[in-house]
Design a binder for this molecule. Structure first.
Ligand code: HPA
Length: 272
């Protein structure tokens, strides 16, 4: 991928949204498609119509950009993200983030579903991501550095913006009474982790585990965006409870909390 590939996507999106300048980009995790209901002046753009955008291989998978205003704030949201486990390269997984940057968007909110590793967590909790682990995965910045986006060796000493993360934490606390914050560990999936991997991740300092977000956060930080992240703890991680993990359980929890999750996001949007 070269700068001109990103530029083609940007030009196409600009041709659809005109002079609208989104102030925040949001990547919607499982269940959060319900945010679609709350847009005013909604413009949707299918990923498959955007030049150079990764093509969705999964049938029935939503894949569209949502542009419009919520609480009078112009935003752009990804309804459906690309995961490494689906077979996309990390360059493809993070392609939209660089497009957002080139669209002039300075702030990014990443949302996801994850498994709770911290034993004080329970399914249905929300965790503000304050740092991340990705020891076992290649970096999304591997390969030739595109200097237009950022430096070869970017600092990751503070990926998640402290000020906005604190505000997000307070919003969650006000709405639920028990906000969590912690470290998100990235695993490549698609299999859920083993109990031994979860014990190891706990020793390494992880509070939650999931299969997204980390590549996007690194690429956003590389190009100077302000990043925040929130994880819906949909289940306790492998081995903590005496049962198998299932995608159905993950979806069930995500579904149960989607309206409160949406309320959190809508409150957060007011900051921009
Ligand atoms: N592990 C990895 N990814 C996840 C999990 C999990 O337990 N729950 C939701 N996404």
């Amino acid at each position: 991928m070269e700068l001109k590939d990103y530029q083609k996507a940007v030009n196409y999106i600009k041709s659809k949204i005109g002079s609208i300048q989104p102030r925040l980009a949001i990547v919607l995790g499982s269940g959060l498609g319900v945010l679609t209901e709350d847009f005013e002046n909604l413009i949707t753009i299918k990923y498959s119509d955007i030049p150079s955008f990764p093509v969705s291989t999964v049938s029935g998978h939503v894949g569209e950009l949502l542009i419009g205003t919520i609480n009078d704030v112009p935003i752009i949201a990804m309804n459906g993200r690309f995961h490494y486990y689906e077979g996309y390269s990390l360059e493809e997984v993070t392609f939209p983030i660089r497009v957002f940057h080139l669209l002039g968007i300075k702030n990014l909110l990443l949302t996801n579903a994850s498994g709770g590793i911290n034993l004080n967590f329970k399914a249905g909790d929300f965790m503000v991501i304050n740092d991340q682990l990705s020891f076992f995965a290649e970096s999304a910045l591997r390969g030739k550095n595109l200097d237009e986006f950022g430096v070869r060796f970017p600092s990751m000493s503070q990926i998640y913006d402290k000020g906005f993360s604190e505000k997000l934490f307070n919003i969650i606390n006000n709405l639920t009474g028990h906000a969590q914050s912690g470290v998100y560990a990235y695993m490549k999936g698609p299999a859920y982790e083993t109990p031994a991997e979860i014990r190891a991740l706990r020793i390494l300092g992880a509070d939650a585990v999931g299969m997204s977000t980390v590549p996007e956060a690194i690429v956003a930080k590389h190009c100077g965006m302000t990043v925040t992240g929130v994880s819906c703890i949909t289940n306790m991680a492998s081995g903590i409870e005496q049962k198998d993990l299932s995608h159905e359980d993950v979806n069930d929890t995500a579904d149960k909390v989607k309206y409160i999750f949406k309320t959190i996001i809508k409150e957060y949007i007011k900051l921009f």
